[in-house]
Ligand binder design. Structure first.
Ligand code: SF4
Length: 147
């Protein structure tokens, strides 16, 4: 008889958490945890960087969601994602979020493990758009689309 353990659920994970050097500064954000190692060995992890999927390069200028807004505001057209250099990268962030969701669905993911603080992957808090290091409660564009 087939049990749930024969076909464990897939988990989407932010690529930088798994050690991929895809962040804006060209670095990773490797998270070493026994559960992640086990899931990786079991082949359960599905990896994507939404910002790269949306066409952003590595490295790239840091970007934040403007005016203390969050990912849902971006998805619904009430806020933009702006680079520290002034560039409007809203379209790339929204495109990356949509690609990440489609990728998760295509791979049968039922869960997502996303790094916090990112204007894409942030799941609990994001920076407030002032590039001063201040965060507020909210999520990034990809996390909002996944919610
Ligand atoms: S978009 Fe997500 S996966 Fe890509 S670098 Fe930012 S936090 Fe990591």
């Amino acid at each position: 008889m087939k049990t749930s353990n024969d076909n464990p659920s897939k988990i989407l994970i932010s690529a930088c958490l798994l050690g991929h050097a895809v962040r804006y500064d060209g670095k990773d954000k490797l998270l070493c945890h026994p559960a992640i190692e086990r899931w990786n060995e079991e082949g359960r992890l599905v990896t994507i960087c939404p910002e790269m999927a949306g066409g952003m390069a590595v490295p790239r200028p840091p970007a934040e969601i403007e005016n203390g807004a969050s990912g849902l505001d971006v998805l619904e057209g009430r806020a933009r994602v702006i680079e520290i250099t002034g560039g409007d990268v809203t379209a790339q962030f929204v495109a990356g979020a949509r690609k990440a969701l489609a990728f998760a669905q295509d791979n049968g993911c039922r869960y997502a493990l996303l790094i916090d603080g990112s204007p894409s992957c942030g799941s609990v808090a994001v920076y407030d758009g002032s590039f001063s290091g201040r965060k507020h409660a909210g999520n990034g564009v990809t996390a909002a689309l996944f919610a």
